[in-house]
Write a protein that binds this ligand. Structure first.
Ligand code: SF4
Ligand code: SF4
Length: 158
């Protein structure tokens, strides 16, 4: 098994709980992404456990919506959502991040928002008598702390 992948498994699962996975497929059954042709959760679990997944070259992990349904459904107490999240972190450290995620990260880093404020957004906020969205200085400070804590700044966003 790739040593980096092994280290990843050890870090998120020091007591070996993941090996309780008996490949029942309930996590795939409940998964909204799988039902729409996206991530194959059971298969990701299998490939991860046997060390046959390469996060640097796997697109399916980015099709997870992080809804946590798989973890809630698993009767063995296995936590596929955490595994997928860890695989994504490993993928990101190897430069495998879809472009739309990078664009969102870039926007978040500069504005604190994951989506652009469009003219329609402004119009609707006005109609709903909401204030204009402005990032305050204290929010900028919080943003810097978040970026540091999540290592978002490590990503090449240029
Ligand atoms: S993670 Fe849980 S629900 Fe998914 S295949 Fe393994 S035992 Fe079944
Ligand atoms: S967290 Fe991801 S893998 Fe799990 S059910 Fe939701 S979309 Fe599927």
């Amino acid at each position: 098994m790739d040593t980096t992948l092994r280290e990843l498994l050890d870090s998120i699962d020091p007591t070996g709980e993941l090996w309780k996975c008996h490949q029942c497929g309930q996590c795939s059954f409940i998964c909204p992404s799988y039902r729409n042709g996206g991530i194959r959760t059971r298969e990701v679990m299998e490939l991860t456990l046997i060390g046959a997944i390469d996060p640097a070259d796997d697109d399916s992990i980015w099709q997870c919506t992080m809804c946590n349904s798989c973890t809630e459904r698993c009767q063995m107490g296995v936590d596929p959502a955490t595994v997928i999240n860890a695989l994504r972190n490993l993928a990101a450290s190897k430069g495998n991040v879809p472009d739309h995620f990078l664009q969102e990260a870039k926007l978040f880093k500069t504005t604190g928002l994951s989506f652009p404020i469009t003219g329609l957004t402004k119009k609707m906020r006005k109609e709903m008598e909401l204030e204009d969205l402005e990032i305050t200085d204290s929010a900028k400070d919080d943003l810097e702390k978040l970026i540091g804590a999540t290592r978002l700044g490590d990503l090449d966003l240029e």
